[in-house]
Design a protein around this ligand. Sequence first.
Ligand SMILES: [Zn+2]
Length: 117
Amino acid sequence: MADTFCGSCGVKLKVSDKACPKCGSRDRNNLVGDGGVGNEALKLKAKDPSGFVERKLKLKLKRAGQTGQRAEERLEIDRTSNKETKKLHEVREQNEEGKWEKVHCTEDSFPAKRRKK
Ligand SMILES: [Zn+2]
């Protein structure tokens, strides 16, 4: 069972509450209790010897809101090239058979701003 709390003032909400009875906020915080898988996050940074951050990786594991299936979000920043910064955003969801499917994938690149000398 998941308990729901107001994301603004922290008061416990009933499932039927659309807005917080105390402060009127619609922000929600869901706390996953026994049996559930909580959200996990992982952040990695790769630096070169001078301290310049060449790569950043952010991984988030969570449950997809509507289906309750597990989902994995991955954000990668790649600054190993001197000309551009690459950004990769990928979301994968686990389907009923336990297979991971890519549900979202975007790749962007920007002109490099800050580089090692
Ligand atoms: Zn509130």
